[in-house]
Ligand binder design. Sequence first.
Ligand code: SAM
Length: 179
Amino acid sequence: MTLRFSLAALLCAAFACAQENKPVEKLAPYYPTPETVVERMLKLGGLKPGEKMFDLGSGDGRIVIMAADKFKADATGVEFDADLYKESTARIRALGLEKRARIIHGDIAKQDFSQAALLTVYLLPSSNDKIRPMLEKQLKKGTRVVAHDFLFQGWTPVKEEHVEDDGEGRSHTLYLYIR
Ligand SMILES: C[S@@+](CC[C@H](N)C(=O)[O-])C[C@H]1O[C@@H](n2cnc3c(N)ncnc32)[C@H](O)[C@@H]1O
C-alpha cells in the first residue's frame, strides 16, 4: 500500500516537473499593435483606474504602458522574448511607471490570470484556440477580454469594432468578450 502510494507520488512529481520544464511555445511572432489601436482596445475594454489588466505577449510593452500611464490601471505584461522583456522593462522604468506597470519574463501558458479585470490578446487564431481552455478555467466571472484581429472560436463577442485606417493604411478588428 505504502509502496503503491510512494510510486504514485513519484509519478505525479515527475509529471509536474516535466510540465514545468516544457519549452515555451511561441504563440505569435512580434508584431506590434499601432498606438492608435492600443487606445481603442483599452477603451473598448472599459479599463478603469486601479483595475488589473494583463497583456498576453506584451512585445515592447506599449499596451501595458498606455494602460498604466493614460488609464491609471495596474498593468502586467507577459513576454518570453528576453530582448523585448528588457526593452519594455527599461521603458517602464524610464517613464517612472514601476508602481503600476511591470513585465513578467515568462510563458503565457504558465501564468495565473484569475485576478484580471481585463486581458488584451494579440496572438494567432491557433494560439487563441490553445489558450482558451486555460482562460475558461482561470478567469473570474465578468472578466473582459479584448482580442485584436483574431477572435476566440466558441466565444460570442459582446461588441466588435473596426478600425478602417490606423494611420498606416492597415485596418483592424477588435472583439470584446465578457466571461
Ligand atoms: C503579435 S505580438 C503582440 C505584442 C503586443 N501585445 C502588441 O499588441 O503590441 C505577440 C507577442 O507575444 C509574444 N509571445 C509569443 N508566444 C509567447 C509565449 N508563449 N509567452 C509569452 N510571450 C509570447 C511574442 O514574443 C510577441 O512579442
